[in-house]
Structures are given as C-alpha cells and as structure tokens.
Design a binder for this molecule. Structure first.
Ligand SMILES: Nc1ncnc2c1ncn2[C@@H]1O[C@H](COP(=O)(O)OP(=O)(O)O)[C@@H](O)[C@H]1O
Ligand SMILES: [Mg+2]
Length: 598
C-alpha cells in the first residue's frame, strides 16, 4: 500500500521527529503514534492506536501557528462531526491541549484517489461503485445542511474493496466562515465554477464536484477548469459505459441549473441506466504471489488457521483468487488439495456468501471427470475448500512443456470434458472458466476439471465476469462473456473449443492481450487452420471445432451432448480396449510427475 501524502507544500521543511515528540508529549498517554501519513507545516496526520479502545485511529494534529488556522481546524472537525455516513470519515473526538489541537477519526486502509489513478484509470465497475458511495455521501451531507464544495482527489480514500471515503471538509459550507481570507483552495478543478469565486454553493455545486471526481476516476485525467469544452470520457476510454458518460457530462455543466438538482437525482439517473454492474471483489493483478517474505508470512498465517485439521505439505500453485496447497487431512488421514481464497476477497461478506452457495452447488456434482469438492471451511479470517488432490499436470503445463498434444490425446480430453460438461449443465451449473489451467490430467491420463462455478461466485456478473485466467488473459472466454452479456452452457462449449485449438496448435486461437483485442479477433477473424497446421486433423473434425468457436452462441452446438456426437461422427471412435497412444500418454504424464515444474 502506498501512503497517501496530502500535499506537503514545497519549501516547507518537515521534521517528523519533532512532530512525533511534540504529539507524543501531549497525547502519548492516550494514543500510540504509529506513522505519519501526511504532513504540512502546521498539521500532521498520524496513524495511531487508541490505547483505551484498542483500535487504530487517524489522529490529525494541528500545531498552533495562529488563531485563524486554529479556528479553521476546529471548525472542520465540527463539520465532519455533523455527518454520520459510512463513506465519510467519522470524527470520534477533538480537542485542544496547550498549543496542540487534534481530532480523532476512524482509520481507513487505502490510498488517495490521486495515487490510485497514477496506475491508470479505475476499473469501470470500481467507478460505478465510487459513484454510488460518493453520491450517497453527498446526499447525506446535504440532508444535514452541509455542502462539501470541494473534494480533493488526495483526500478521497479508496479502500481495498474499492469503496471511497470522503475525509476532508476543509472548504465545506460549515467551515467556510472560518477559512482564512488569504487561503486559496488547491484542486479547483473539483470545485464548481460558482464555488471557485467564493460562493457558498448548493447541492448542485457538489454534483459538479462528484462529476469531476468521477471524470478523473474513469479517464485518469483531471477535467479542465472550463468544462464547456471537456473531452468526452468515451473518447479517452471507449469502454466507459454510455450511462456513466452521460451522467458525468451533465454533472459537469458550467451552469448549476443544467446539472442534476441533487445527488439522489443523479444517482437514480445513473442507476436506472447502469444496470447491475457488480464491483469485482478484487482488482485483477493485485493477487499475484508476492515476494518470498510475503509468501512465508502468508503461509504462517494459513498454518495457524488450519490448526489441527490440516497439515500444510506443499504449494501446488497460485491463481487469481488465492493459492492451492497439498495438505494432509489430519482427521481422515489422507492428502487433499486445499484452495484458500485470498483474504482480500473474503473481506466482503457478500462474496463469501456467494462463494459458499456456488461451492455447495459444485459439491453436488458427481462425475468421473470433475474434481470432487470435499468440504468448505474457514478460520481466522481465511476461507478455504478442500478437494480431491490430482497428482498430475494441467493441460496448460503439459502443452507448455511438450508442445501440442497428440490427436488421440486431444480427442480423449474433449470427450471427457464434454461428458463432464453435459453432466454439470444438466444440473444447471455452467463452469464459466474452462481453460487449460483448470483441466488436470490424472496419472492414468484421465481428465479432471476443477473450479466449477467459482468464477461466477468470485468475480460477480460484471464485465468480463469470470473471464480472465490467472495470467489475466481472456483467451479462453466467450465473446458474450467478454461483452458482459448473459451466458449459458454454450459459453463452456466455446471455451472448450478454444482449449481444443490450444491443445492441437500449442497456442490459443485468438491471441489478444486485452479483452477488447480478444473480442475483436473472435468476432472478426477466423480461427487458425488446424488442417493446415497438422496432417492428422480431418476436415470434418476442423468443422466441428470451428462450429464450437462461432461468435454467436446460436451458431454453436446447443449442448455438450450434441457437440460430442458430432465429434464422434467426425472422428473414428476407438474400439473398446484400443488404448493406442494412451499408454504413451500415461508415460508422458508420469515423466512429468517425476520432474514437477520449479
Ligand atoms: N485439485 C487439485 N489438485 C492438484 N492441483 C491443483 C488442484 N486444483 C488446482 N491445482 C493446481 O493449482 C494451480 C492454481 O489453481 P487456481 O488457483 O485455480 O488458479 P488457475 O486455475 O488460474 O491456475 C492450478 O494451476 C493447478 O496446477
Ligand atoms: Mg483454477
């Protein structure tokens, strides 16, 4: 996490040691000072620990430099104290002791919006979430008679779950009478024009502020001071939803009367058009396995949580949602695989609930080619489930090491996968994340599919819902998934078709780096020629696999069973007992086992 720094004015020499000492002397008996997170000449923000209530707090301290600044500081504390909303920082306490004034608020783990957008614009669903947080906070403030007038991006904290919290009321209408006359607010792009010139403003002024903040979050750019000629958000970033663009642009109109009247009106207009865009539980890319120290800490925590139930044996791999370990079930005395969800995911009770529901559904599946789920458990803030341990590589690992698979191997893989999918679809469960990493090969060469239904549970139904693999590439997702449309069993058939190309060619059929690129290739290009690439694939078989990759679901096979029939018709079904190169295959798989990947 980066520590937000709230604009240390250039030229001021800040002396953290002195800040610590002075504050410690006055408040040390009540708070343990942990770190300075922001400072300027006369005010400092500490992360501190309340010794009595045993909780982390934010401790804002003002050193006396003059009556005006002191009055302003206390007045701002008052303003925040009028408000009681989850998206506004709470003030627990404030006071003056000697030459030091302070206020105590809740601690928020996160970073300023300015820091967050340095990495690029926020994910679209996160912008939607921010709109909801911000507008509901503004509505609350307005109901309390307070106009915020300005929200500096650095003071809008973004927590790990993506939620936003307003922490500053420095220029609010409540505080305004106490703002020293020579103070010029920074971040004027986030103030309505009528407020920049000193007006108190009204709810429509805060609508402008909300529009400016959302413009920044969605595009990564600060809106110009004169928004009459503002660039349209979709011009900067085509994936911004039309609803979001429309709402932002209306909020940024120079004349207050052209904007929304109040936050509720803006929120309703947005919500009625935005659909049910779920905020992803976590941003892709933030769950990569960290450095060794991180991993060691994490394993220690897991070991503690597993207690006497499971013994941690070794790591099997890490994916987008957590890590998979080989563990020993100490009650049943057998080895199982245990997938522990990343703690960032399990902070959201809704995600945990959805995860439990999907795990229950997946646990009902009983099929030779589907990895059995044994149990779901959790302790000490961690959630995991246990499943059958598969002692074999994934199709991704096999192809990476040995290149394209033999034809009969691929056919066996497809037949078993289609049999598994037919069973799951019959039970109403769509996998949604069929990809080579989720297809494990047993010692005897048999296929075992993992992660049924979990993509939906963990990533929600939002755009690209459950459609990106561990590496963040969506190359096995169906077009309708990438478009964020409703998916059904035919999505799995598409993904399996892509896996077939991957197995036969050694690379996926559409190799784009981003969901947008993959989508463009899927809908505009033909898949690469299989018969051209290898002599053992028949025209008939190629036709079948191409049909699986029809961009329109209606162009594909309607069911796994029909896909399987067509595949069997197009290829010779081996007579019972004719294991052919299966034997070779089993040997290859066991070679793999002796030389596991590093
Ligand atoms: N039941 C299992 N038995 C053995 N290995 C497994 C099992 N489930 C998953 N794995 C291994 O753990 C790795 C990480 O899995 P996962 O977290 O689902 O990420 P991904 O599927 O994106 O690779 C997989 O690539 C696979 O090699
Ligand atoms: Mg997986």
């Amino acid at each position: 996490m980066t520590t937000p720094v709230f604009g240390i004015p250039a030229g001021h020499v800040t002396d953290p040691a002195a800040y610590f000492q002075r504050t410690e002397a006055v408040l040390g008996h009540r708070f343990r000072l942990d770190t300075i997170v922001a400072s300027s000449r006369e005010r400092v923000l500490f992360r501190a620990h309340d010794r009595t209530l045993k909780r982390q707090v934010s401790l804002r301290v003002n050193f006396f430099v003059g009556d005006e600044i002191r009055t302003w500081f206390l007045r701002e504390a008052e303003a925040l104290a009028q408000l009681d909303h989850p998206a506004i920082r709470h003030v627990y306490d404030a006071g003056t002791i000697g030459d030091l004034a302070f206020r105590v608020g809740n601690w928020i783990d996160g970073e300023g919006l300015d820091e967050a957008v340095k990495r690029g614009p926020r994910l679209i669903p996160a912008v939607h979430g921010l709109a909801r947080d911000l507008l509901s906070a503004l509505d609350h403030a307005h109901a309390c008679g307070i106009i915020l007038r300005r929200i500096a991006p650095s003071s809008l904290l973004i927590g790990f779950s993506g939620h936003g919290t307003v922490t500053d009321a420095r220029f609010s209408s409540w505080t305004l009478p106490a703002v020293p006359s020579d103070v010029v607010p920074t971040d004027q792009a986030y103030m309505a024009p009528e407020v920049r010139t000193g007006g108190v403003g009204d709810p429509a002024s805060d609508i402008y502020t909300a529009g400016a903040i959302l413009y920044l979050a969605a595009t990564g750019l600060e809106p110009p001071l004169d928004t009459a000629g503002v660039r349209r958000p979709t011009e900067i970033r085509p994936t911004i939803s039309r609803a979001m663009e429309r709402v932002i642009l209306r909020a940024l109109r120079p004349a207050p009367g052209d904007r929304y009247m109040n936050a509720v009106e803006m929120l309703e207009d947005f919500a009625s058009d935005a659909g049910t865009f779920e905020t992803p539980a976590v941003l892709p890319g933030t769950l990569r396995p960290g450095d060794n120290e991180d991993k060691a800490r994490w394993e220690k925590r897991l070991r503690r949580a597993l207690g006497d139930d499971y013994e941690l044996l070794s790591s099997l791999g890490a994916g987008g949602f957590g890590r998979v370990y080989r563990v020993r079930d100490l009650h049943l005395e057998r080895e199982v695989a245990l997938k522990v969800l990343h703690p960032l995911l399990t902070r959201d009770p809704e995600v945990v609930e959805r995860f439990r529901r999907e795990a229950q559904l997946a646990a009902r599946l009983n099929h030779l080619n589907i990895v059995n789920i044994y149990d779901i458990g959790g302790r000490a803030g961690l959630i995991w489930y246990t499943m059958e341990l598969i002692n074999g590589p994934s199709v991704a690992q096999l192809v990476e090491r040995d290149g394209p698979l033999p034809l009969d191997r691929t056919l066996r893989l497809l037949r078993e996968a289609l049999s598994a999918l037919s069973h799951a679809h019959g039970s109403g469960l769509v996998h949604r994340d069929i990809k080579p990493e989720n297809m494990l090969i047993e010692r005897d060469g048999g296929l075992r599919i993992t992660d049924f239904g979990l993509a939906l549970a963990l990533r929600g139904q939002g755009k690209f819902g459950g459609a990106t693999s561990q590496s963040g590439t969506p190359q096995f997702a169906s077009p309708e998934q990438l478009l964020g449309e409703r998916v059904d069993q035919r999505t799995d058939l598409y993904s399996l078709g892509a896996v077939a190309f991957f197995a036969l060619l050694g690379y996926p059929p559409f190799r784009g780096a981003t969901p947008e690129q993959v989508l463009a290739l899927q809908t505009l290009n033909d898949p690469p020629s299989l018969t051209g690439a290898r002599g053992d694939v028949s025209e008939e078989m190629e036709q079948v696999l191409r049909r699986a990759l029809s961009p329109e679901p209606s162009g594909r096979f309607p069911s796994a069973a029909e896909f399987l029939q067509a595949l069997n018709r197009a290829t010779r079904v081996p007579a019972p007992g004719d294991r052919g190169t299966d034997w070779e295959w089993a040997k290859a798989a066991s070679r793999w086992l002796r030389f596991p990947p590093p």
